[in-house]
Design a protein around this ligand. Sequence first.
Ligand code: SAH
Length: 342
Amino acid sequence: MRSFYGFTLEGLRMALTQAGLAPIGAARLFNWHYKHKHTEACTTDLAQATIQFVKDHISFDLPQIEQVQESDDRTVKFLFRLADGKKVETVLIPSFKKYGICLSSQVGCAMKCSFCHTGLQGLERHLETSEIVGQYLAAQGWLNEHRPSNNRIATIVFMGQGEPLHNFDAVKGAIEIFLSQYGLSLAADKITISTAGFLPGLKRWKDEMPDVNIALSLHSTITEKRNKLIPINAKYPFQEIIALVDELPKKSKAVVIYEYLVTKGFNDSEADARHLGETLKGKRAFVNLIPFNPFPGADYERPERSGVDAIKKILEDYGVPSLVRYTKGSDILAACGQLNSR
Ligand code: SAH
């Protein structure tokens, strides 16, 4: 059995063709399950042989909800159990009447960033396309049931557990399903992939990835400091990463999002901020300033609000726009960098 949610439209067409069936069934199946949101197998508008093929070879199982935590601010954190018993977390972040969903791309993560709770977990395995799409569908199902009047997931960010560009093929497959006009029909500008700067994946982006938004976790533009925060910087220096990101084809209005984690006393000085401004000035950049979210055993400290606002002010001198991302869901450890499913 293969999961339905692991097939791109093209992949499903191929599977049907190889089985001697009409490829048109693929679009019909996509419509039925994604557009019309049926969870039981499709029995209308399909040849009998196709119905039988689906029955014999394709499963519709979703990740199982093991635990749901709801924050006072309406953030929801799911702990999902996968078919092999491994677990991942997914977060719904409320924004006005809608939600953004924060998806995981791996069980654990190999990047070992020193400020990140997931990094401590190490990499257990990559997620499959079906498990990435499955997080979205399972969370949508929960919203439909528990918050029916207010259940729209409008944006997707790959900012959960894992380094999405380290699991390029599975993430790309999921994005193709999210974008497919027969599938979930999301717009590319509603999807953002956040990367720690994994160069091998970025090199493939230009030719292979659909035109979704990119966010780079920068956190410092001073080499020794970034090495300490994001150890892969020693192998893939941020200067090379930024040069590659600059070359990505972008729609006229699109900007690159640079994330800047602010930790007290480490990367929050005026000199740090000026260095960042120098590096990004003149680029199509938007900076998200993220105050460090603590977790048990963390080595860093959360900055005062005034310290973060001061960085924002300095960036203005360089014409670099930014926003402070005040945390949501931290009471349930659902904020950036707090996910750990072990
Ligand atoms: N691996 C990807 C996506 C996952 S992390 C990446 O590195 O971009 C999503 C964002 O949360 C990243 O910018 C990451 O640096 C940030 N983050 C991680 N730990 C954090 C913490 N404890 N507090 C605040 N932000 C954190």
